[in-house]
Design a protein around this ligand. Structure first.
Ligand code: NAD
Ligand code: DAU
Length: 359
């Protein structure tokens, strides 16, 4: 069994954070977890309703609240921070970038600053770790035949979301370089899997297909993403927490590059197979081309040679396996879907984002 850790997970009620808490609970039973989450529109306590309380605590609060973060580090003797909390949706960052600057940049600065001072004054940095969860979008976009991003690619973020994540990565790097804070960063490609809020492509398509609604394809649908099943991402982060080298960044990806249109068709075929009696069969006929996302990045692809070679991690789930699991999960979790999509805030977002895209 591995050494005990006391984790502060920020944003643990969102998509990847909640999968991470499930993963750690199952695979690292000696680790204690405190989940600090503001419960924005993207955070849902339902995602963690089956997590036992003996090694897990939830605190509702803002990563921008210095006093609260310091109290948590002290009360729970936190030695490891795993920082997921963020505004994460590119389309929302185009609609309103302010929240992205506040949470992703100021919030990360705040966590770094509290960790730096609290740990320095309470036993030092030995045995401590600040792990920052970031994205492939900081590298900008690739053309069709460009080689995949490596850790050495220059940053070139294109959306306000990507720029806010790039800023936070730079802050993390600077705290390591200047103050010696023991940090690691992972930059990951597009995740999919259970508990993903249905504003993102894959869960939105599943929901709309099942309900016979249009399946909105931005532009020509030929943009390419590198898809990773969320459990693989969680395993990679745990690997970096255990064996990653302080000061290093690691790319994480699925080695599964597909154009959006192909992903959507794959989902339609799976739903055809699982719901052959559906009045919306064949679901592909629901595909609808809509106005493109402004500044839409054409392609991301992660070169994962470093994490594979140095830490022995590589993804376990093929796209076929991960997608089949995911579609099944959504088909079997109607209650969860109704809970997280039942709010006026969700329907307002769908109207706002898709009405303006009608051609
Ligand atoms: P998400 O939007 O599903 O969840 C974000 C969580 O952060 C929510 O629970 C929300 O309530 C919480 N939060 C937001 N602002 C907060 C604040 N000020 N204080 C405390 N909590 C706050 O996001 P996700 O898709 O799970 O992404 C998690 C992290 O992983 C993000 O940092 C994102 O940039 C990164 N990432 C995501 C992907 C992806 O494909 N989803 C890929 C690579 C990296
Ligand atoms: O690459 C990692 C990033 O992946 C993460 O950092 C972000 O947090 C995460 O949201 C995701 O960003 P994307 O913009 O790639 O994900 P999204 O699901 O919003 O869109 C995936 C692709 O599908 C993208 O090319 C836009 C397109 N799309 C999306 C939606 C919501 C559509 O064609 N139609 C849609 O309705």
């Amino acid at each position: 069994m591995s050494e005990t850790k006391n984790l502060l997970v920020t944003g643990g009620t969102g998509f990847i954070g909640s999968n991470f808490i499930h993963y750690v609970t199952a695979h690292e039973p000696s680790w204690n977890i405190v989940n600090l989450d503001l419960l924005t529109y993207a955070g849902h306590l339902e995602n963690l309703s089956d997590i036992p309380n003996d090694k897990y605590s939830f605190i509702k609060g803002d990563i921008c609240d210095k006093e609260l973060v310091e109290k948590i580090l002290s009360d729970y003797q936190i030695d490891t921070i795993v920082h997921f909390a963020a505004e994460s949706h590119v389309d929302r960052s185009i609609e309103g970038p302010g929240a992205f600057v506040q949470t992703n940049i100021v919030g990360t600065y705040n966590l770094l600053e509290v960790a730096r001072q609290y740990w320095k004054n309470n036993g030092g940095y030995d045995g401590k770790r600040f792990h920052h969860v970031s994205t492939d979008e900081v590298f900008g976009m690739l053309k069709k035949d460009d080689p995949a991003f490596t850790e050495e690619n220059p940053y070139s973020p294109n959306s306000p979301y990507a720029a806010s994540k790039a800023s936070s990565d730079h802050l993390v790097r600077s705290y390591q370089h200047t103050f010696g804070l023991p940090t690691t960063i992972t930059n990951c490609s597009n995740n999919y899997g259970p508990y993903q809020f249905p504003e993102k492509l894959i869960p939105l398509i599943i929901l709309n297909a099942v309900n016979g609604k249009p399946l909105p394809i931005y532009g020509d649908g030929l943009q390419i993403r590198d898809w990773l099943f969320v459990e693989d991402h969680c395993e990679a982060i745990v690997t970096v927490l255990k064996n990653g080298v302080v000061g290093e960044t690691y790319n994480i990806g699925g080695e599964n590059q597909f154009p959006n249109l192909e992903i959507v068709k794959k989902i339609c075929h799976l739903i055809d197979e699982y719901l052959p009696e559906s009045p919306h069969y064949p679901h592909e006929k629901l595909i609808t081309y809509v106005k493109d996302r402004p500044g839409h990045d054409f392609r991301y692809d992660m070169n994962i040679t470093k994490i594979r070679r140095e830490l022995g991690w590589s993804p376990k789930f093929s796209l076929e396996k991960g997608l089949a699991f995911t579609v099944n999960w959504y088909l079997n979790h109607q209650d969860w879907i109704e809970n997280v999509t039942g709010s006026k805030a969700f329907s307002d977002w769908i109207i706002k984002n898709y009405q303006k895209r009608e051609k």
